[in-house]
Design a protein around this ligand. Structure first.
Ligand SMILES: Nc1nc2c(ncn2[C@@H]2O[C@H](COP(=O)(O)OP(=O)(O)OP(=O)(O)O)[C@@H](O)[C@H]2O)c(=O)[nH]1
Ligand SMILES: [Mg+2]
Length: 291
């Protein structure tokens, strides 16, 4: 009698406040730049999927836009935001991973713990990630919290640093243990199902978020117009348009004497080269959206 090898597959939703480190964690587990990362809140706008293989288990991580806490009624605000922004990821997921910046959580612990307890009541197993532990000076502060959480319905609590690659493997192992049996959803070797053009647009938007002043990037969209394969000695050529909504933003994206767009272009090109594993030329133009 022949035995059919069992495979496992899980969809995992990464949920948490803006800036908690969800996209950094996604990139760390997948081992590639799949989601874009910046120090500004609300960097991620769309659902992004990243795929990780652990032996026979395929883990499909769903990165979501951060949830905004509504001032004055944290619980209500959280659940409303969950409904609106992360509902899709949550309903698709077999496992939910809540990501909370440990340094922030320790500042408003009562509210946070109430939310974690509530979130752990969902039908799927829920793991809590306490992120950015590299920034936590006094690690002893974690102990009473971890002890209290042992009594919660959370499937696991994992303190980690995605940036310094501390305990990221432990998280993946904890998740893999909960993965149900099932066929793999993505072919071997695929790290994301995001179309290449969108991924390249996001890499440029990432640089805009990192470099430009606070309010400017939020009104900006990047469109990939063309991706042309290398020809002879000429490398791959990518052409993108940065769409801005205000004339003042156009001036800021261009910078004095075109210095800013040159800098953005160089940095975005480096990121694209890393993702694509080859040299390329990037052409950027800025266009003002007509009202
Ligand atoms: N020190 C430290 N910083 C981190 C870590 N993980 C993320 N960060 C930083 O936190 C900031 C936000 O990271 P993101 O990964 O974009 O956070 P996010 O939760 O995806 O944010 P949104 O997409 O806005 O919801 C960036 O400046 C990251 O470099 C970590 O483990 N340690
Ligand atoms: Mg993000």
């Amino acid at each position: 009698m022949s035995t059919v090898p069992t495979t496992r597959c899980a969809m995992i939703a990464l949920i948490g406040q803006p800036n908690a480190g969800k996209s950094t964690l996604l990139n760390a587990v997948v081992g590639a730049r799949v989601g874009i990362v910046s120090a500004k809140p609300n960097t991620t706008r769309l659902l992004v999927r990243g795929v990780q293989m652990l032996k026979d288990t395929q883990l499909v991580w769903l990165d979501t836009p951060g949830l905004t806490r509504v001032q004055g009624n944290a619980k209500k605000g959280y659940s409303r935001a969950l409904m609106q922004q992360a509902a899709e990821a949550m309903s698709d997921a077999d496992i939910v991973v809540l990501v909370a910046d440990v340094n922030q959580a320790l500042r408003g612990l009562e509210q946070e713990e109430a939310w974690w307890q509530q979130a752990a009541q969902h039908r799927q197993p829920t793991i809590l990630v306490l992120s950015k532990i590299d920034k936590l000076k006094d690690k002893k502060l974690l102990l009473p919290l971890l002890t209290r959480l042992q009594a919660s319905p959370l499937a696991a609590v994992v303190p980690l640093s995605a940036l310094k690659d501390v305990a990221v493997k432990e998280l993946a192992a904890a998740v893999a243990k909960l993965a149900p049996e099932g066929p793999h959803l993505f072919p071997a070797g695929m790290v994301t199902d995001q179309p290449l053009a969108d991924r390249l647009s996001e890499l440029t938007r990432e640089q805009i978020l990192r470099v430009l002043q606070a309010e400017v990037p939020y009104g900006i969209t990047v469109q990939t117009e063309d991706v042309a394969a290398p020809q002879g000695d000429a490398p791959m050529l990518i052409n993108q348009t940065i769409l801005v909504s205000k004339p003042s933003h156009k001036a800021m994206v261009l910078g004095a004497g075109g210095q800013m767009i040159k800098r953005l272009g160089t940095q975005a090109r480096f990121a694209m080269q890393e993702v694509l594993g080859q040299g390329l030329r990037l052409e950027l133009q800025v266009r003002l959206l007509k009202k």
